[in-house]
Design a protein around this ligand. Structure first.
Ligand SMILES: Cc1cc2nc3c(=O)[nH]c(=O)nc-3n(C[C@H](O)[C@H](O)[C@H](O)COP(=O)(O)OP(=O)(O)OC[C@H]3O[C@@H](n4cnc5c(N)ncnc54)[C@H](O)[C@@H]3O)c2cc1C
Length: 116
């Protein structure tokens, strides 16, 4: 863990390391939390990459047992008709605009899946 230090503005960050406390000079600090995919509950349901992000489209390939004649659509997971968009998708840009765009794209693929 760490603690911010400074007089009126940030001057350093104190880290607690296994070897004790360490001060690192810093003028700014950005907190980046919430970036883990938390997809363990999908284990065995849809294919994921080594970090737990959900594979889709060309990245998922043609999974074993894939029942359709066509390959998975761009945002389609290893489960036919199940699509993924946004941060949880393996290889996604991890930005708001791209997540919203992928959501809109997924709707189009859902239609194509339902009415080929
Ligand atoms: C600290 C930080 C700063 C960022 N700054 C920027 C920025 O400046 N500009 C930018 O464009 N992007 C930024 N991002 C990235 C941006 O927040 C994400 O790209 C965007 O929110 C992704 O949208 P999403 O809908 O894919 O996922 P999320 O916004 O993470 O939404 C997923 C939702 O699903 C819910 N959920 C999770 N699991 C389950 C479940 N099992 N059942 C039901 N609901 C579930 C979660 O609670 C959450 O509400 C930042 C991200 C972080 C963490």
């Amino acid at each position: 863990m760490s603690a911010a230090q400074g007089n009126g503005h940030l001057e350093s960050v104190r880290f607690l390391t296994p070897d004790g406390e360490q001060d690192v000079e810093a003028e700014a600090m950005f907190i980046f939390i919430g970036a883990r995919p938390e997809t363990d509950w999908l284990d065995g349901q849809v294919a994921r990459d080594e970090r737990g992000f959900i594979l889709s489209g060309p990245d998922v390939g043609r999974p074993k047992g894939w029942p359709l004649e066509r390959d998975p659509f761009l945002l389609e997971t290893s489960m036919p008709g199940v699509f993924v968009a946004g941060d949880v998708r393996s290889g996604s840009v991890k930005r708001v605009a791209s997540s919203v765009g992928e959501g809109a794209m997924a709707v189009r693929f859902v239609h194509e899946h339902l009415v080929p």
